[in-house]
Design a protein around this ligand. Structure first.
Ligand SMILES: Cc1cc2nc3c(=O)[nH]c(=O)nc-3n(C[C@H](O)[C@H](O)[C@H](O)COP(=O)(O)OP(=O)(O)OC[C@H]3O[C@@H](n4cnc5c(N)ncnc54)[C@H](O)[C@@H]3O)c2cc1C
Length: 286
């Protein structure tokens, strides 16, 4: 249901039996045998369900803005590093989606220095943007994306399971959060669909989802925390050199190791496939 904002969960006898939501037409209650919390990093579902969160912190935030693309610009998405600054540029056809990394909580400082200082820094990082007049006109064109890394201790309780960022908020490092969210969804479907086709989903089914997905999530989050601490955080706070950590530089040079980081990012530690064998006839992909 589009434009329906979940505001609370409905609890009956200790079990979650649905959600309350706000829509343009008014308030709504949706009853459900199972609620799947897939509402992202600021999940209201996990909060209202009282699931305990473990925070791992992040030394960075991201300034998110667009700059137009021109003929002759590089075709690939780019990561640009210099002492004290990092910017990631994603090719989105007509424009570059830029992520400019700043130390956590430093937006006020960046704003106080003024827009021209930010623009100069962007030009130094990507000189081919020098001809983009009025690329950022005002601070309203720059959005702050707060970075956080956390994970639920328990991803479920009776009647509810959380997946994706709702179960484990991912840092943008490596651009893997979406992969993990989809893998969680596939793993959850492989458990939930056959369980419902036999009757109902019980707490053991929900436990299986966390059991399958927790380890791959932990590994990727540990990798993100390592890169945030040892690399990104140090560069943007001016304490580190603008080069990759030694272990990554070595890995990327050794032929049989250099495919490992991209494989890890693309497929994760535990790749998932929809298990058509366990799906009832007519449900799921052919
Ligand atoms: C700055 C930044 C850059 C990132 N870049 C990348 C990247 O390049 N590649 C990558 O793979 N990952 C990236 N990530 C991580 C990635 O965004 C997340 O890990 C991923 O989007 C998680 O998917 P999700 O479906 O769990 O949650 P989301 O994508 O956040 O989706 C949650 C959905 O729930 C909806 N919702 C929220 N609250 C409610 C509510 N109360 N009621 C109803 N609906 C609600 C939201 O509107 C949204 O549609 C980045 C993260 C950050 C912070």
């Amino acid at each position: 249901m589009m434009n329906a904002e979940v505001t609370n969960v409905v609890v009956k006898g200790g079990k979650i039996v649905g959600v309350k939501a706000k829509t343009k037409k008014g308030k709504l209650q949706v009853n459900a045998d199972l609620v799947v919390g897939a509402d992202g990093r600021a999940s209201i579902v996990r909060q209202k369900a009282g699931l305990e969160v473990q925070e791992y912190g992040a030394p960075i935030d991201i300034l998110w803005f667009r700059i137009s693309r021109k003929k002759g610009d590089p075709a690939n998405s780019l990561g640009r590093f210099q002492k004290g600054v990092i910017m990631v540029m994603l090719n989105r056809g007509k424009y570059w989606q830029c992520g400019y990394v700043i130390p956590k909580g430093n937006l006020k400082k960046v704003k106080a220095a003024g827009l021209p200082v930010l623009l100069k820094s962007i030009e130094r990082l990507a000189p081919f943007l020098n001809d983009r007049e009025g690329k950022i006109k005002e601070w309203d064109d720059v959005k702050l994306l707060t970075v956080k890394v956390d994970r639920l201790k328990k991803w479920y309780r009776e009647g509810l399971v959380c997946i994706g960022d709702s179960a484990h908020a991912m840092s943008p490092v490596g651009g893997v959060g979406i992969n993990l969210a989809i893998q969680d969804a596939v793993a959850a479907a492989n458990v939930i669909v056959p369980a419902f086709s036999k009757g109902n989903v019980d707490i053991d089914d929900l436990r299986k989802i966390q059991k399958r997905r927790e380890f791959p999530t932990k590994v990727i989050q540990k990798m993100q925390l390592f890169l945030q601490e040892k690399f990104l955080g140090k560069i943007v706070s001016g304490k580190g050199e603008a080069k990759l950590p030694l272990i990554l530089r070595v890995m990327l040079k050794v032929p049989f190791l250099k495919n490992l980081p991209p494989r890890l990012i693309a497929f994760g530690v535990r790749p998932e496939r929809v298990d058509v064998k366990v799906f009832p006839k007519g449900i799921g992909p052919k």
